[in-house]
Design a binder for this molecule. Structure first.
Ligand SMILES: [Ca+2]
Length: 162
């Protein structure tokens, strides 16, 4: 609401002084490591939405590295985390439930996804699980209790005038 009022104010100023303002924006993802209690994948998805966020989706190497770095900085290297990927209900592989997209970037660990029975949800492994699987992805039974990562999208505006 404040942003809307601010935009109207800028348009009014622009109209009065004959200037045009060009709003630039970029979307910033902020991650929240949810480490209070491990829950199954469905509850993780639900809890992030309850908080007005989404269970995290990783769409690039940069985002993957950002999350790994945050896990290390916050001291949660020995924990596993749910991400929003699942193949439940799909016959064409994994999809991100957090953003509704198919996976473009992937970071599966060695021999993963191994599609063991009922391993339909996507987790990020421990940071420090070894040179092959360190911080990589694994398919896991969705009913297993893990910590999880919510993502919050923030829009940053920058106004330039002509
Ligand atoms: Ca697996």
């Amino acid at each position: 609401m404040k942003l809307l009022v601010f935009n109207i104010f800028l348009l009014t100023v622009a109209a009065v002084f004959g200037q045009t303002f060009y709003p630039k924006h970029r979307v910033i993802k902020k991650y929240h490591l949810m480490t209070l209690a491990p829950v199954n994948w469905f509850r993780a998805l639900h809890h992030c939405r309850f908080l007005g966020m989404n269970l995290a989706s990783i769409t690039s190497l940069e985002e993957n590295n950002q999350i790994i770095q945050q896990i290390k900085i916050e001291g949660h290297e020995r924990k596993h985390f749910w991400l929003s990927g699942t193949k439940l209900g799909f016959n064409d592989g994994y999809h991100w439930m957090g953003n509704g997209k198919t996976l473009t970037f992937t970071n599966w660990g060695g021999l993963q996804p191994d599609n063991l029975p009922n391993e339909d949800c996507l987790q990020i492994w421990n940071v420090g699980d070894g040179p092959i699987d360190d911080s990589m992805w694994n398919d896991r039974n969705c009913s297993h209790d893990l910590y999880f990562i919510c993502e919050e999208e923030k829009i940053e505006y920058e106004y330039c005038s002509s």
